[in-house]
Design a protein around this ligand. Structure first.
Ligand code: ZN
Length: 180
């Protein structure tokens, strides 16, 4: 951040009084610009043992496969966000189930939250952010073409838990920050 989004003046990066972390501070209008992690919410929709994946039509990772997921909006719950993303990316009506994974993606300043989900009727199609949408048997999942580490982690936990007949939730973290 170089300029204040409230008044347009140049901002300074420094630790405000009483704080512990450097912030972008605007001396013109006094605004302190806090930057906090963003929530990405998704689900693993299943229909009769097959899993719904979307091939991304947008960067990052265009052309790679992922489960339906995206940024949470204000005014919705995690489950509503997960269902909405399935509708947008796969034109699929899913029933959101239990919490599956929480992945802290530290280098991207994001927290990814995934739920188990059912796709009762196998009706789906590519939304505007998808090139194609497909149901995969577990043995056919394109592991080498999965878009993100959090997606792969989530799919692997999903399949393991299903094989074990359990529905726990899992925490993980991904950190690809460059050390300085
Ligand atoms: Zn300002």
């Amino acid at each position: 951040m170089n300029f204040c989004n409230q008044c347009g003046a140049k901002v300074d990066l420094r630790i405000p009084p009483g704080d512990l972390i450097a912030r972008h501070v605007c001396d013109a209008c006094g605004t302190i610009h806090y930057q906090n992690p963003r929530l990405v919410v998704g689900c693993v929709p299943e229909h009769e043992g097959r899993i719904l994946l979307c091939r991304r039509a947008i960067e990052p990772r265009r052309g790679f496969w992922t489960v339906p997921a995206g940024f949470m909006e204000n005014g919705e719950t995690l489950q509503q966000a997960a269902a909405r993303e399935s509708k947008e990316e796969a034109l699929a009506d899913v029933e959101i189930g239990s919490l599956l994974t929480i992945v802290h993606v530290l280098h991207a300043q994001q927290v990814h939250v995934f739920f188990r989900a059912k796709l009762p009727i196998p009706e789906f199609a590519a939304g505007t952010e998808s090139l194609e949408v497909e149901l995969f048997r577990p043995g056919d999942i394109p592991w080498h073409d999965i878009a993100f580490p959090s997606t792969e982690y989530t799919l692997r936990r999903y399949l393991e838990d299903k094989a074990a007949g359990q529905e726990p939730h899992h925490f993980a973290e991904v950190d690809r920050r460059i050390s300085r």
